[in-house]
Write a protein that binds this ligand. Sequence first.
Ligand SMILES: [Zn+2]
Length: 179
Amino acid sequence: MADTSTTLRLLAAHGDDLLGVLRDQQLHEALVPYCENGPRLLRCSKHDAKGNPCKGKIVWLAISPYEPRVLGSPLGPRSDELLKKDQREYNLPPSSTAPTALFPNWSIGPVDGRDVGEDVDTDLPELERLRWIVGCRRHGCGARYLVTNTQLLALLVSCVAKGSGDLWIPISSEVGPAN
Ligand SMILES: [Zn+2]
């Protein structure tokens, strides 16, 4: 298994080549162990006038086990009860919920889990849409950040390696408010 610094170096070697990251088999293999850690919450790093961090929720992120791609969902973990309730309400077989999900009890998956944020490059082919604008969901904050797949992968890898819980978006990624 590649160590953290090797994994981060493989990622950094691609620079601004966002598409190159997806095609890097060596990187993919290095990232697989990090997938198993499951989704983590990305939080807002903006400080208010008093210097207190916002800590608002932005999006839940995980690394896809299929390719070097970040998957996201605005929804947090779902309890077993909620899963069972859905199962009853929609008359779903038990196999349709927890055991088949990519991450059990989560809404993050390769099908419904790609809504990391607003796509920036909407006129590009799907594969090249690897930059997003994400926003803080805390009432009254409104901070928006421009992030790339590469950047979020590096953030997830560092966070898992350090054993820390949540991800903090770099304040340098902040962009202006939406018009
Ligand atoms: Zn915020």
